[in-house]
Design a protein around this ligand. Sequence first.
Ligand code: IFM
Length: 473
Amino acid sequence: MSTPIDEDALASRFPTAFAWGAATSSYQVEGSTDADGRGKSIWDRFVNEPGRVVDGSNGDTAIDSYRNIAGDVATIKALGLGSYRFSLSWPRICPDGDGRVNQAGLTYYSKLVDALLAEDITPWITLYHWDLPQTLEDAGGWPERATAERFGEFARIAHEALGDRVKHWITVNEPWCAAFLGYASGEHAPGRREPAASIAAAHHLMLGHGLAARAIKAADPDAVVSIGLNFYPVHAASDAPVDLDAARRVDGVQNRWFTDAALRGVYPEDIVEDFKAVTDFSFVEDGDMALIHAPIDVLSVNYYSRFTVTGNGGATSASAAPTGAGSAWPANEHIGFVSSGLPVTDMGWEIEPAGLTQMLVRLHTGYPEVALAVTENGAAFPDKIEDGAIHDPERLEYVQAHLAACADAVEAGVPLVGYFAWSLADNFEWAWGYTKRFGLVYVDFETGERTIKDSGHWYGDLVRRARTNREAE
Ligand code: IFM
């Protein structure tokens, strides 16, 4: 175990105006996939295909959040958090992904927002966390430009209904995953393995981001608009040119592709050259990059781990797919992901808190015009309930170390405005089903009963201390 942390000292290292929160996403927690006029999403279809989800499970019930607004809000309150990040299920609101609105879907989110606000909890809404309406996939999915256009309309509809009460909007969560796990490796829905289409998908996800960001800002210039990207420090396995080139390629696709598009209106030239091995980019139309380069206020940083890569690879995925998937790295199938010997979580992801500080400093240096928020950070470990408690020292240490890493970044001058633990509660972990637990709160998947883990108690305590500091000012 590392040295015990002084919580007061840690709390005092953060700005007083800071969003302390936890995050979830619709398909991972809501359940009620047939309720009240909700349409089908690509995940409803995918989970029913044999072999896609390691435990054969699905999100039909998930952790039943749709039917339990009061319980979820009480949990957030019991933790003492001031912010909650959740996503809207697009097919719950627009069952076919077009302009036809299912009022019951909007009513659910409206009630959730009201319940949060009544407890002084600030909602941060993500518009797209991977549950594309199946009808849009049937029409070609994200590789088609029309999907981006429909997404822009969806953003307008959602904002019109909720924007009077919600200021914080994240357009797309982790477009890298949606594009490359969804359309290249096939680990995620819709499970396609089409390298060229995955790059078109990545472009249209960014175009959708640009259209959504513009729709929200047009309706409310004071809205705080963001995009959620997953970042990894990338290290070469050796100084050999082939490994250094692998590091450049992975860093480019994972870390530079989406930020340069959103914040500079260009794709990095070296990666465009690499991708030309599989696509002619004919899907990029004049004016697209300017649309993607929409003004945003915050860059949302999801951080879990680091990569060490070799150019003499063979590993097909960095996400350790459970189900024998194809490569998530179009034009880069020669690249492999190797261990650097650091301790790992239950996902097999290496733990490197200092990488978070480095990434935040790098992002601030490269894109000084935006504030940063850590909108996902956390770790899966196998938890056991013992005498009504969950002792999770490894997760606790992970959260402490990463919060200390955030504080280091703040002291290095990074304008960090929030931290959201992933996740509020154990939930459906995509192709891993219910076999991986990321929550600050333990969920009994049979009964739905929630129990705050030691890590959750500690985090809540830190947040309360931070609030006391604010009130003392
Ligand atoms: O559960 C996911 C989340 O949906 C997106 N970011 C990573 C998390 C852990 O894998």
